[in-house]
Ligand binder design. Structure first.
Ligand code: GRF
Length: 202
């Protein structure tokens, strides 16, 4: 009898509080996504996402810091790829990972890496996109799940979710509203991708 796989092995990469990680882990625990979080990786040893992973008995690995704040030197990307392969990662889920990933990583994981960005791309690429949306006085913004490519926040868009922007919003209020939308959108997209991939494997 052949053994048929019924889930996709995910690696979640984050640098911060891990609220998207929690939303995804919850959806998996409720049987909504045919996936397993095989490993959580962070570039920040103090990130709450590591703590949250350990509480769920998910392996949590910290990368070497390196010399630069916004990207990883090639030898660290090599280490990241080694860790991801060690845990048989099929799909990489960026959830607040604050380093730009480059060629060494993409050579192994392009087409297998998702990101969530807190704006309606292509508007407001880059950091703190909710502040840029407030400054531009737009009436709505939101979040986008997209494939990761060489161009920062520029890969193919998979899905978006909109939220209103109110004139009275503080940056924190708007970010919280966007994050609520993220916690619904990311699990929904992952559910569809994992189902598709499993069907292709059968
Ligand atoms: C999210 O707002 C996401 O859009 C951005 O980083 C934040 C991560 O938040 N890329 P969390 O760590 O998942 O709470």
């Amino acid at each position: 009898m052949t053994h048929q796989r019924r889930w996709i092995n995910l690696a979640v990469l984050g640098s911060g509080k891990g609220s998207n990680f929690s939303a995804i882990a919850k959806a998996i625990a409720q049987g909504e996504i045919a996936a397993k979080i095989a490993v959580v990786v962070s570039d920040n040893p103090k990130a709450l996402i590591l703590e949250k992973a350990r509480q769920l008995a998910i392996p949590a690995v910290v990368l070497p810091q390196g010399k630069y704040k916004t990207w990883l030197e090639p030898w660290i990307e090599e280490e990241l790829v080694r860790i991801l392969k060690q845990y048989n990662t099929e799909l990489v889920v960026l959830a607040g990972f604050m380093r730009v990933l480059k060629e060494t990583f993409l050579a192994s994981f392009e087409g297998k890496t998702l990101n969530i960005h807190p704006s309606l791309l292509p508007d407001f690429k880059g950091k703190e996109a909710w502040k840029a949306a407030l400054k531009a006085a737009v009436k709505e913004t939101g979040c986008t799940v997209h494939w990761v490519s060489k161009e920062l926040d520029g890969g193919k868009i998979i899905a978006q979710s909109k939220v209103p922007v109110y004139p009275s919003d503080s940056p924190e209020e708007l970010h919280a509203r966007i994050q609520q939308a993220e916690h619904e959108l990311y699990p929904r997209v992952l559910k569809e991708i994992c189902l598709d991939w499993i069907k292709q494997k059968l």
